[in-house]
Write a protein that binds this ligand. Structure first.
Ligand code: PAF
Length: 282
């Protein structure tokens, strides 16, 4: 596996691959890779001739009071995971490489990024879209792999690709969980043993809500209150949002008549965790 940090180097490698007629799969990450990322890289490996992974903690998607400086980083471990999962190229640029001088161009999908995670993280999706757009322009992948865990990010990136005519197919990949149900996240590293135990209420309450939906409940307010009560029963956890939204517009639904996304975010101490499920059987 090759590892580079300069855009010029990536472009040269990609040019070479493209002239050889190779298809390119891409996994964008902020590093501190875990089994969830590994599953994306492995799928990209199966479906493409060449696989690129980017590791870049993107400052523009962090708010002023968020964890950019202390976001976990371990490039050697990331290298190892990429190697094991069969990546061909690891692109780990510096901030100055991705945002030289005075970067004035941003990609903002406005209202799609205003609710759910966007409500408590203003500007977050503008930063995500900008960096993903830049990475797509640098790597020019045929297929790019994103986890369903970041459901709003996935929906926004799909819309960005459609609206801006990026020539890349977005592949959604299932949430990877610990055996006890906790969705894998780099931020799980912040949790103490006690907090990690408390955090399970998120996946457990969503799982129970899914069962209510399967039994026929179609009132979004009932489902929301049910999840809210479950989360409130865990003293170490504070709910950030619980939403039932249309899978494409991300607008809240009242009566469940079409495929929906049930998404929630919680704070366990200062750590913010998200989880969700899609309910498609009507
Ligand atoms: O999901 C992430 O890790 C990030 O938001 C992404 C897509 C790599 C952009 O920085």
């Amino acid at each position: 596996m090759q590892s580079v940090s300069k855009i010029k180097e990536v472009r040269e490698i990609i040019k070479d691959w493209k002239s050889g007629g190779f298809s390119i799969g891409f996994v964008a990450t902020m590093g501190y890779l875990h089994a969830g990322h590994k599953s994306l890289i492995e799928l990209a490996r199966q479906q493409n001739d060449r696989v690129v992974v980017s590791v870049f903690v993107n400052p523009t998607q962090f708010g002023p009071n968020e964890d950019f400086a202390k976001y976990p980083r371990d490039i050697e471990h990331d290298w190892q995971i990429c190697q094991e999962a069969g990546a061909d190229l690891l692109f780990a640029p510096a901030v100055t490489e991705m945002y030289p001088d005075n970067n004035l161009a941003y990609i903002d999908l406005k209202e799609l990024g205003d609710n759910l995670c966007g409500a408590s993280r203003p500007g977050h999706f503008r930063g995500v879209c900008t960096v993903v757009g830049k990475l797509f322009n640098i790597i020019t992948p045929d297929q790019a792999y994103f986890g369903q865990k970041d459901a709003q990010q996935l929906a926004i990136i799909k819309k960005m690709v459609k609206d801006l005519n990026f020539a890349v197919k977005i592949i959604a990949c299932p949430i990877v969980r610990e055996p006890d149900g906790l969705a894998l996240s780099s931020r799980n590293a912040y949790l103490s043993t006690q907090q990690r135990q408390a955090a399970l209420i998120l996946s457990q309450s969503l799982q129970a809500a899914q069962e209510l939906l399967l039994k026929g409940e179609r009132d979004a307010q009932v489902i929301r209150e049910f999840i809210s009560e479950q989360i409130a029963s865990e003293p170490l956890v504070k709910s950030d949002y619980i939403e039932l939204v249309d899978t494409l517009t991300l607008k809240p639904v009242k009566n469940i008549t079409a495929p929906i996304l049930v998404a929630a975010a919680i704070y366990v101490g200062k750590t913010r965790l998200i989880d969700n499920f899609l309910f498609e059987e009507i």
